[in-house]
Write a protein that binds this ligand. Structure first.
Ligand SMILES: Nc1nc2c(c(=O)[nH]1)N[C@H]1C(S)=C(S)[C@@H](COP(=O)(O)OP(=O)(O)OC[C@H]3O[C@@H](n4cnc5c(=O)[nH]c(N)nc54)[C@H](O)[C@@H]3O)O[C@H]1N2
Ligand SMILES: Nc1nc2c(c(=O)[nH]1)N[C@H]1C(S)=C(S)[C@@H](COP(=O)(O)OP(=O)(O)OC[C@H]3O[C@@H](n4cnc5c(=O)[nH]c(N)nc54)[C@H](O)[C@@H]3O)O[C@H]1N2
Ligand code: SF4
Ligand SMILES: [Mo]
Length: 650
């Protein structure tokens, strides 16, 4: 068989960032396999990888530019020249009439490669436009860890092999980070413990020794209860606290205000479970704690994350091989970020991402007249869908660059068909590890699809800054990757396979922290108020967690079940007279959604669990229910502060 194998890197929104081998036969992608030579992928990827082949060749994929005068009209095919002329002329007219801040550039999480930095450069050359600030994803964790460590730096995932025990705190690697699964198995094979802390029973529950299910959003109480149990044994790391931290005394006085039993009650965890965690931390050192993104989606998530950091510090797990509190990595970190061109203009208006619908609707002087979306599906994925739709309808011109006619494309006037990573040349770093890898074109672009770089390159040709943007991919990558080249990896080497960036295996091993004091900072304030409060009219917290088979909303119409599935505890279902498979209406104070109920024994009674990412137009759209508020720290999006009730469908 004359197959060609092309080494490449998965660019999906996934911390795994796998090394892949694309198998091509007669110009067509026929298999996407894990690269056995990649130090973390080690020959294993996820169930989604095979789906990408179907996605690339899906009959639903849009492979020609589309245009229309209003979102209520049918699309018609257009040439690239026609669509780019239209986009350029709208950009120019709106900037001339209302100023460039009347344009919102919305860059999503769909693909975060080196060249994607140039999208922003384009808009900076244009004069600077409005952009979102904050995060739909991990903002709170970063904000909180920056306070404790000075800067969030995670342990290299390979260091977790040095752990004698591991705590998966609000993280679901069985679905979201498969490279961690062999590490978990190895720790347990050696007799170490792995504990999952998650109000819901995710797929990772079957990988661990014990699953502890606290009340959502109350993990701070659990971390503090465990700290108290360690202190009661005199097993705290006094040397670290005295020599390498500040405010340990204040933290201890916060703990002194509670009993361990009281703290356990507040998070609804048995004292026995808290003791199991304390014993793990005392007797199975070092313990690595892996924070998930699920943990962030609460208004006061910083309290939980800071209490977890403090627990790791008190138990002697900071700056220690096999220890640490790890969460993520800077995926844009290894490039020359000066090429963003952020210094070309005075600071421009930013709109708060957790409240983006409201922010667009209420923006004045100038109002938002045009929205340009790339690699995102905010109408489906941002909170409070009805506001999002109103916001997009308010804009007179919406440009959407992507692959499918999803909920956001439905609001657009121009559809720019984008290539997938299998049709592109680029470079990809990870938010889950320290390797940077090549994105190599495995197949020719499907139909008339263009890479986003190509789109902005051609669009720039319609402006007087064309010569500053119109350079070759090779030249741009060479310059963007200057810091990588300085670490000793040539561009030719990078095209062949992954390169490990110069990043610590064990952060803060020297016990120097980039905080103002140079030491680890214990939390000094804890005002939990009515954290974890119940709302009797809306008794369940809606946890919209990562789907196993898809990344967020990356799916086609064909991939959807007729109704979204919501999982309810057995006793709750019985109390409401609901049977497995019943059709229900889920209501929040923001909206309502029809769904099908699945009943689960052993689940907490105060949660309703569902997979996020289903499209509104396919009858899913769970963000119709979610609140658009910002987290207290880090400008994150507390999706899980949504309380709902479940009613039997009439
Ligand atoms: N298959 C798949 N993989 C993905 C994604 C996907 O959609 N599908 N998405 C990607 C993206 S965008 C991200 S950000 C990551 C997310 O990766 P993860 O953080 O691993 O996944 P999530 O489902 O977002 O959240 C993990 C768990 O947090 C739990 N959780 C919710 N609230 C709390 C709480 O208060 N306390 C505790 N202890 N746990 C809580 C949820 O029940 C959930 O099971 O995964 C990436 N990988
Ligand atoms: N209810 C609820 N909502 C949530 C969450 C939750 O837990 N609950 N989680 C949040 C999280 S963690 C995240 S990260 C966000 C994600 O929010 P978004 O980034 O807005 O949504 P995705 O569904 O990841 O959509 C990414 C899109 O990019 C497209 N894409 C991929 N590569 C390219 C490319 O090269 N060019 C172009 N133009 N398009 C490309 C994909 O086809 C896909 O349509 O959603 C958030 N929304
Ligand atoms: S989605 Fe994640 S696990 Fe799956 S192939 Fe891509 S990087 Fe690997
Ligand atoms: Mo995310």
């Amino acid at each position: 068989m004359n197959d060609t194998i092309v080494p490449t890197t998965c660019t999906r929104d996934c911390p795994n960032t796998c090394g892949l081998l694309a198998r091509i036969r007669d110009g067509r992608l026929i298999a996407l396999n894990a690269d056995p030579a990649h130090p973390l992928t080690r020959g294993v990827t996820c169930v989604k990888a095979a789906r990408y082949i179907k996605r690339i060749y899906s009959p639903e994929r849009i492979i020609r530019p589309l245009i229309r005068d209003s979102h209520s009209q049918p699309w018609r095919n257009a040439t690239w020249d026609e669509v780019l002329d239209t986009v350029a002329s709208r950009l120019q007219t709106i900037a001339a009439e209302s100023g460039p801040e009347a344009i919102l550039y919305y860059q999503g999480y769909g693909e975060r490669t080196a060249l994607k930095l140039l999208n922003r450069y384009f808009f900076n050359l244009f004069g600077g436009v409005s952009t979102p600030v904050g995060s739909l994803c991990g903002g709170t964790g970063q904000g909180a860890q920056d306070l404790d460590f000075g800067k969030r730096v995670s342990h290299d995932p390979l260091d977790h092999y040095n752990s004698r025990s591991m705590i998966l705190w609000g993280r679901n690697p069985a679905s979201t980070n498969v490279s961690l699964v062999p590490v978990i198995r190895e720790i347990r094979r050696r007799g170490g413990r792995v504990v999952l802390i998650d109000p819901a029973s995710s797929k990772s529950a079957s990988l661990v020794d014990r699953h502890i299910a606290p009340k959502p959003g109350t993990d701070a109480f659990l971390a503090m209860a465990v700290a108290k149990l360690i202190l009661a044994q005199g097993a705290e790391d006094r040397a670290f606290m005295e020599n390498h931290s500040v405010c340990a005394d204040t933290y201890l006085s916060i703990l002194a205000g509670y009993s361990a039993e009281e703290l356990c009650t507040r998070c609804d965890v048995s004292v026995e479970d808290a003791r199991f965690l304390a014993e793990t931390l005392m007797r199975q050192k070092p313990t690595s704690t892996l924070l998930g993104w699920g943990l962030h989606r609460h208004e006061e998530a910083h309290l939980s994350i800071r209490a977890i950091d403090a627990l790791a510090a008190l138990s002697g797990n900071i700056g220690v091989s096999g220890g640490g509190v790890s969460q993520g990595f800077e995926e844009y970190g290894p490039y020359d970020q000066r090429l963003w061109g952020d210094d070309l203009n005075p600071p421009r208006r930013t709109l708060l991402l957790p409240r983006i619908g409201e922010e667009i609707l209420t923006a004045r002087d100038p109002e938002i007249r045009m929205i340009y979306v790339t690699a995102a599906n905010p109408v489906c994925m941002a909170p409070n869908t009805s506001k999002m739709i109103a916001a997009f309808r308010k804009a007179e011109f919406v440009v959407y660059s992507g692959h499918f006619l999803d909920d956001t494309a439905d609001q657009a006037h121009v559809f720019l068909p984008a290539t997938t990573f299998l049709e592109e040349e680029d470079v990809m770093a990870s938010y889950g590890h320290n390797y940077v890898g090549p994105v190599n074109p495995a197949i020719a672009p499907v139909g008339q699809c263009h890479s986003e770089f190509q789109m902005f390159h051609d669009l720039a040709g319609r402006f007087d800054f064309a010569d500053r943007f119109q350079r070759s991919v090779t030249d741009w990558l060479h310059d963007l990757c200057a810091p990588i080249r300085e670490q000793g990896c040539s561009m030719a080497e990078l095209r062949k396979g992954a390169f490990r960036l110069n990043a610590p295996i064990v952060p803060y091993a020297d016990k120097n922290f980039p905080t103002p004091s140079g030491k680890f900072q214990f939390m000094t304030e804890f005002e939990p108020g009515d954290l974890g409060r119940a709302d009797p009219a809306f008794p369940y917290r809606l946890l919209t967690i990562a789907p196993h088979g898809f990344i967020c909303s990356e799916r086609t119409m064909d991939d959807h079940s007729p109704l979204p599935v919501v999982i309810l505890a057995e006793e709750e279902a019985r109390r409401s007279g609901l049977k497995d498979g019943d059709e229900v209406v889920v209501e929040s104070r923001t909206g309502s959604v029809r769904a099908r109920i699945e009943i689960r024994a052993g689940q907490r009674g105060d949660i309703l669990v569902a997979e996020r990412g289903g499209w509104l137009k396919a009858g899913h759209g769970l963000n119709r229910l979610t609140r658009d508020i910002s987290s207290t720290v880090g400008r994150g999006t507390p999706y899980y502060e949504t309380r709902v009730r479940v009613l039997k469908s009439a």
